[in-house]
Design a protein around this ligand. Structure first.
Ligand code: A2P
Length: 316
């Protein structure tokens, strides 16, 4: 399995199992199956509402001797309502308790926007705190404290654009090792990827298959269907693989981490086997041409009239 090198020589398994949208009742088997077929990286978050069950699966895999804790890479994230410095460590401790782990490998700030503490999902402008009310560097101090206490080995961010990253880098004592963002052939993020790579920050590609299982409230009308793109289908046919495997291999060949979600055992295995597919330079060049600048997760659900954030601020 391909791994990406961190500045200190440590390694991140490049292919992980995504658990966003994996329902309780399904995610236990999915995580167990993934570890059984060889995944060593599981991507989690408390807002996915399933960390308890993910934790049960990891615990059982460890107890059954399928894998050692030190061979796993477990990522989780800080939700938007715990950005105050003093709220960060308690939030991580809750995630560790749910996941039944002593430490995470990677803890990410989930979004560059803050909610008031009592708001799980902002419903109006009054649930939000602006960046000047709660600057990212305050949250980051809490994140750094978590590393110092041994609760997570590394820290990073998610959904950060270049401006937000530059600001954070100017304040950070412990540098972020990861930025997890949406990335796939319809939204290639070339500029952000170049920026991250030039600062030794890895990029994790979420929604690599186009996240077709999002709730309809999160979907735009007439969205393009990535898994049905004619070029992706043509390349898949040429290599006798599936479109999903082409998309996963594309992400791996760009040296990003990629976290396809599946709760289906056959697809979990199929996605893992994508790491054996080698796309040609011609395939990669052709795929470069289908960038539509199209986000499936556009952040508009955090934008309210009179609120502190516009879509542009979120992705700055
Ligand atoms: P399922 O969980 O039933 O396998 P993303 O990772 O971009 O969020 O996409 C997840 C969606 O893609 C889910 O609907 C998931 O369904 C589906 N999916 C995962 N793997 C494959 C695959 N190999 N082929 C087709 N669809 C897939």
């Amino acid at each position: 399995m391909k791994a990406l090198m961190l500045p200190n020589g440590d390694q991140v398994p490049a292919l992980g199992l995504g658990t966003w949208k994996s329902k309780p009742g399904q995610v236990y088997e999915a995580v167990k199956e993934a570890i059984k077929v060889g995944y060593r990286h599981i991507d989690c978050a408390p807002i996915y509402g399933n960390e308890n069950e993910v934790g049960n699966a990891i615990k059982d895999c460890l107890q059954e001797g399928m894998v050692k804790r030190s061979d796993l890479w477990i990522t989780s994230k800080l939700w938007n309502n715990a950005h105050a410095r003093e709220d960060v460590m308690p939030a991580l401790k809750k995630t560790l308790s749910d996941l039944q782990l002593d430490y995470l490998d990677l803890f990410l700030i989930h979004w560059p926007i803050s909610f008031k503490k009592d708001s799980i999902m902002a419903q109006s402008a009054s649930d939000l705190l602006s960046m000047s009310e709660l600057p990212h560097e305050h949250t980051w101090e809490g994140m750094e404290q978590c590393v110092k206490e041994g609760l997570t080995r590394y820290i990073g961010v998610s959904n950060f654009g270049i401006k937000n990253l530059q600001h954070l880098l100017s304040k950070a004592t412990i540098v972020p090792i990861m930025n997890q963002v949406e990335a796939h052939p319809y939204f290639q993020q070339k500029e952000l990827l170049d920026f991250c790579q030039s600062h030794k920050i890895h990029l994790t590609a979420y929604s690599p298959l186009g996240s077709i299982d999002r709730s309809s409230a999160l979907k735009a009308e007439n969205e393009p269907i990535l898994l049905e793109d004619p070029l992706i289908e043509k390349i898949a046919q040429a290599h006798q693989v599936t479109p999903a495997q082409v998309l996963i291999s594309w992400a791996l060949q760009r040296d990003t981490v990629v976290i396809p979600k599946s709760v289906n055992p056959a697809r979990i295995k199929q996605n893992f086997e994508a790491s054996m597919l080698i796309l040609t330079a011609e395939d990669m060049q052709a795929m470069e041409q289908i960038d539509k600048g199209f986000r499936y997760v556009n952040g508009s659900f955090f934008v309210f009239e009179g609120g502190p954030y516009s879509v542009e601020d979120i992705w700055a």
